[in-house]
Design a protein around this ligand. Structure first.
Ligand code: G3P
Ligand code: CA
Length: 319
């Protein structure tokens, strides 16, 4: 396999098709995932939220006003509401208020049309996929491409969903088990920004887990429990040791692994990659976009999450 050999070893980084090929297609659509794999991505990355009937579907957020055409459906006008989403008041339509059958009547739209105007021609063409459909796609593409396409699911807002009786973890475990993917050597990583959620998954899953971290803030489950540690604590030398007790890697924001120079370019690696490798953790930073082609060649991360699968297939050649 191409990837990330032993921690710290110079190797071509895995390419994670972040939210699909989200630079080219509306994010979290089967078309986007397929394009990413055909461009050479090693993994496709569905973010997971729950429907009202407990089905895991691929959306970055439970609120779907900006990524689907729900606002154009008068039958759902009454479902527009304001909720507390991890301490933030969010107004819109939420996946947990829709059955899967209802959600399937919607079509995906480009999330940032001002930035990716060319993607808007794909608006209205694609449904919100279930995790099962993403796995079926991955299996079909693996056969067609003659190589195993990996899947890299992320549980989104697990505390939020658990409080509504829609815990994401048991359903994810069920789906992976049902598909024969709960194996150490399956080409699967599971990732989360929350810690308790990942620790719970560690008890049930044999696939490698990745602790996501952000350049600011704190895991929401820490906040909810009154634990004052932040993501900076999670990636401290001591924090990384703790992560290594339940996860195989960390997925930091790129600003945590590459410092900016005076001109604002991402120029110098920080010590996080070496610190993580020292305790046996892989490092899978996110998210690299077209403007990041000047990344330092000595970053030595084990993977990159990229919106442009083709760009990074090319970049990885001189990593
Ligand atoms: O691969 C890591 C990445 O998916 C985390 O960022 O916010 O795009 O889900 P986000
Ligand atoms: Ca994600």
């Amino acid at each position: 396999e191409q990837a990330a050999g032993r921690p710290g070893e110079r190797a071509t980084p895995l390419v994670i098709g972040h939210r699909g090929a989200s630079g080219y297609r509306p994010e979290h659509t089967l078309a986007g995932y397929e394009l990413a794999a055909r461009m050479g991505a090693d993994f496709i990355e569905p973010d997971l939220v729950s429907t009202k009937d407990g089905v895991l579907v691929a959306r970055h957020e439970p609120e779907i006003g900006g990524t689907t055409d729900v606002a154009a459906h008068p039958e759902f006008a009454g479902r527009r509401t304001t909720k507390d989403l991890d301490g933030v008041a969010v107004t819109g339509w939420f996946t947990e208020d829709f059955t899967l059958a209802e959600l399937k009547t919607l079509r995906a739209t480009e999330r940032i049309p001002d930035v990716r105007q060319e993607n808007t021609i794909h608006n209205g063409r694609h449904q919100v996929p279930t995790l099962q459909e993403v796995i079926d796609l991955k299996n079909r593409l693996s056969r067609e491409l003659g190589r195993e396409v990996g899947i890299y699911p992320e549980t989104k807002h697990p505390t939020y969903f658990q409080r509504q009786g829609l815990a994401l973890e048991p359903e994810l475990v069920r789906v992976l088990n049902r598909n024969g993917l709960n194996r150490r050597n399956a080409k699967v990583f599971v990732q989360s920004f929350e810690v308790a959620n990942l620790k719970a998954l560690h008890r049930e899953l044999r696939v490698p887990l990745v602790q996501l971290t952000s350049a600011s803030g704190a895991p929401y489950d820490f906040v909810a429990a009154g634990d004052e540690r932040t993501y900076a604590d999670v990636v401290s030398a001591q924090g990384l040791k703790e992560v290594s007790t339940y996860a195989d890697g960390v997925g930091p924001d790129k600003n945590q692994v590459v410092a900016r120079d005076a001109a604002g370019n991402l120029a110098q690696p920080t010590r996080l990659v070496a610190d993580a490798h020292a305790v046996g953790l892989k490092v899978h930073p996110y998210t690299f976009r077209a403007e990041n082609t000047f990344l330092p060649k000595n970053l030595r991360s084990d993977a990159v999450a990229a919106n442009y699968g083709d760009l990074f297939a090319e970049l990885s050649a001189f990593w």
